[in-house]
Design a protein around this ligand. Structure first.
Ligand code: NAP
Ligand code: 8YV
Length: 302
């Protein structure tokens, strides 16, 4: 099959591309690891589309793209179930200290010291508060119901298609639950929403799981709350400054840390990659991308 595109660049610095080449670039495929701010976007005067590899697109200045008529696309739906699976795994690992228990076995301590200590925390009897009951949040909620957990949620608006109790502030949600599942997008609107007050409201049995974006939690406040016993534990797949994880979190046994693997199976990453390609092909061949973000609902030439 003939290639659809002439490819340039391999994730290196955009500013390092020769100016005459930048002038000809009409589409960019990118991931969250390579932020595209307004200055980077404006290096490409002929740019028509930014196809982002991921559902969260806080790393792309979509508002700026909108002002230039540049279409931004993301990869919704194809990763929803995978990320929800990861979120439930992380919750279970955190409540029952499963990675610490495995480290104990591998270190030979089952043989030398006897059974692993009983875990102070359990999923039994917990109420799961979901911050961001969107596509992934709802898939997590369905799984949580099957695990016997009560589900409540907060977002900017009530969701019409679910009957879970809604709280119009995050603090009210935290006061009503002991387990907080963060699956809201990053960006200015959610920056440090989960702060010291919210963590305190969860109480000493509190668990915080984050599969959304690291920036949604005030990481310093989280470290302080864990160190002081204000909450019991945390399970984190995302961090403020990836791939850097604060040593204070690394040092805590009641914290489970994953290297942003929510969608990271071959199956799901292939589906995401295909959607990136379909968006680019859709734009250049048919004039309409498959999954534009709400800020740029553009069709080509219109
Ligand atoms: P989605 O369907 O758009 O859901 C996002 C939810 O967040 C919506 O329910 C929205 O509700 C809520 N929300 C948005 N802004 C908010 C705010 N300022 N305050 C409170 N709630 C807010 O997106 P999705 O497909 O479920 O993906 C959610 C996020 O998961 C992505 O943006 C990404 O950051 C993260 N993610 C992480 C991984 C990973 O590997 N860990 C993988 C995929 C996705 P309202 O509009 O009513 O506020
Ligand atoms: C990816 C994600 O790991 O979709 C998202 O928002 O965070 C993950 O699925 C990431 O986008 C890869 O760059």
């Amino acid at each position: 099959m003939a290639p659809h595109f002439i490819l340039h660049g391999d994730g290196g610095g955009l500013a390092d591309m020769p100016e005459d080449l930048r002038a000809r670039v009409r589409g960019i495929a990118c991931g969250a690891h390579a932020p595209l701010d307004a200055a980077a976007i404006d290096l490409f005067p002929a740019l028509e589309i930014v196809a982002s590899f991921g559902v969260g697109y806080d790393s792309v200045d979509a508002a700026h793209c909108a002002t230039r008529g540049i279409c931004v696309t993301n990869t919704p739906d194809v990763l929803t179930e995978e990320v929800a699976d990861t979120a439930m795994g992380l919750l279970l690992m955190t409540a029952r200290q499963l990675s610490a228990a495995e480290r104990y076995l591998r270190a030979g301590r089952w043989v030398s010291e006897g059974p692993y200590p009983l875990t102070p925390a359990t999923l039994r009897g917990r109420t799961l508060g979901i911050l961001g009951l969107g596509r992934i949040g709802k898939a997590i909620a369905r799984r949580a119901e099957a695990f016997g957990l009560a589900v409540q949620y907060h977002g900017r608006s009530r969701q019409a298609d679910v009957a879970y109790p809604y709280h119009d502030t995050l603090l009210a949600l935290a006061e009503a639950c002991d387990t907080l599942m963060v699956v809201a997008p990053g960006g200015a609107g959610t920056q440090a929403l989960v702060n010291a007050e919210v963590l305190e409201a969860l109480g000493p049995q509190g668990l915080v799981i984050n599969v959304g974006r690291g920036t949604v939690i005030d990481e310093a406040a989280l470290v302080a709350a864990l160190q002081a016993g204000t909450i019991h534990g945390a399970g984190l797949d995302v961090f403020e400054d990836e791939p850097h994880v604060p040593q204070a979190l690394m040092d805590m046994e009641r914290v489970v840390l994953l290297p942003h693997v929510g969608s990271a199976s071959v199956h799901t990453r292939n589906a995401m990659g295909e959607l990136v390609a379909d968006n680019l092909i859709g734009w250049f061949r048919d004039g309409a991308p498959r999954t534009p973000v709400p800020e740029t609902p553009f069709v080509k030439g219109g």
